[in-house]
Design a protein around this ligand. Structure first.
Ligand SMILES: C[S@@+](CC[C@H](N)C(=O)[O-])C[C@H]1O[C@@H](n2cnc3c(N)ncnc32)[C@H](O)[C@@H]1O
Ligand SMILES: [Zn+2]
Length: 390
């Protein structure tokens, strides 16, 4: 393999040479013998910050597992940049990954704190399912859906541990390929203007269900949708009551495509079939997670962490500001273009619409899900009234 080097955070990484693995003149990660996507530096930066906050709160040395490691970009960064990470186990099924991960560990002077295995991720995790062998943190960063690795991850995580999952199968989760979403997540997606939130909630719901099987309550502490992927972090706590309480946040999202009314219904409740405002038939998505997608204390701690040394620090600040604004807001959001089109007028600026809603007495925040999206407690009629007046 032809390699070159990249620097992320405080870590130098040997990577496949971008100019040697191209498609239509551009670096194509899927052409490289070992997978490395420079666009995911943002996801890795957020992960380093999130793990730093989690590790600090633990107040003791922690261990981590990166079982789909590629070049080891994540695991190496955790060992190098997160204080108190004492050991990282990394693995990949691709034999060509292994020497690269070992080189990267040496290059960063952390070879004594890593273990590298050429193994299927589920096998590696299963080998760590015994008490005493389990991890404080597991990062599932696969191609496509994380679903095939959830069961073994939950069994290999300590009580009180942190599980992070990436899903790049946004087309199924957003309802473009709904059959695939039903196969993988046993959940009906909804293809509309807020499908990224619905998709993220389907992903979160599937992790909660997998954890509940083992009497673990999985609580999402940080969830977001950016670029081509969803990412969610969960704190897992053992206890049937905790698992019941997490499962109590599963339900359905109901959406009226006629008047934009939307709501949620708990799992097991009778589901309304027509809109309570205009009587039109309702569309439904789920089962999915209807609770909070992030823990405000965790968000604030990450926002307060000094990530200024990271290349994506500005983008991180912007994301966390938006996530903090979304805390406590209802499920779903309004997209200005969609509301304005229904009214047969041009869309106002996001700032004016936010101001308008606030002066009408509602809470209103931009959402990280969409550049023209607004999270508000205003009902659809009130949103239309405010926009009409602008
Ligand atoms: C999206 S890439 C990981 C990227 C890496 N985490 C990073 O941030 O650069 C997914 C990796 O999983 C590996 N992989 C796929 N299926 C696997 C399996 N069943 N067990 C272990 N590794 C697997 C692939 O070889 C690939 O390196
Ligand atoms: Zn309606």
């Amino acid at each position: 393999m032809i390699t070159s080097f990249a620097v992320e955070g405080k870590t130098e990484l040997e990577i496949p040479d971008p100019s040697s693995y191209t498609f239509q003149g551009k670096y194509a990660p899927f052409k490289a013998p070992v997978f490395y996507n420079p666009q995911m530096e943002f996801s890795r930066d957020v992960a380093v910050a999130a793990l730093s906050v989690f590790a600090k709160a633990k107040g003791r040395p922690i261990n981590a597992c990166d079982p789909l490691a590629g070049t080891g970009a994540r695991g190496i960064r955790y060992a190098k940049e997160v204080q108190s990470v004492e050991k990282v186990v990394m693995g990949d099924l691709n034999a060509e990954s292994i020497p690269i991960i070992i080189n990267n560990a040496r290059r960063n002077g952390i070879e004594g704190r890593v273990e590298v295995v050429h193994e299927d991720a589920n096998l590696l995790l299963a080998e760590h399912s015994e008490p005493g062998e389990r991890f404080d943190f597991i990062d599932i960063d696969p191609f496509g859906t994380p679903v095939p690795f959830l069961d073994s991850s939950i069994r290999a995580l300590k009580n009180g541990g942190l599980l992070a999952v990436t899903a790049t199968d946004t087309a199924p989760l957003c309802g473009v390929h709904s059959k695939s979403c039903i196969r993988k997540y046993l959940s009906i997606p909804l293809r509309n203007e807020f499908c990224h939130e619905t998709g993220l909630r389907i992903l979160v719901g599937s992790v909660v269900r997998e954890a509940a099987k083992y009497d673990f309550g999985a609580s999402p502490v940080l969830s977001y949708s950016v670029d081509h992927y969803f990412r969610s972090y969960f704190r897992l706590s053992l206890g049937a009551r905790r698992a019941d309480s997490a499962v109590g946040n599963l339900g359905y999202l109901l959406s009226c495509s006629s008047c934009l009314w939307r709501s949620v219904a708990a799992f097991g409740e009778a589901l309304p079939t027509s809109c309570e405002i205009c009587g039109s038939p309702l569309r439904r998505a789920g089962p999915l997670w209807t609770g909070a997608l992030s823990d405000p204390d965790f968000l604030r701690a990450i926002y307060g962490f000094d990530f200024s040394y990271m290349r994506t620090s500005k983008r991180m600040s912007k994301l966390f500001e938006k996530l903090l604004g979304e805390v406590g807001m209802p499920v779903g959001f309004y997209v200005l273009d969609v509301v304005s089109k229904r009214l047969g007028m041009g869309a106002p600026s996001l700032e004016r619409a936010l101001e308008g809603l606030k002066s009408a007495g509602y809470s209103a925040f931009p959402t990280h899900f969409h550049p023209k999206g607004i999270k508000t407690n205003a009902p659809p009629g009130a949103v239309e009234e405010v926009i009409k007046r602008l």
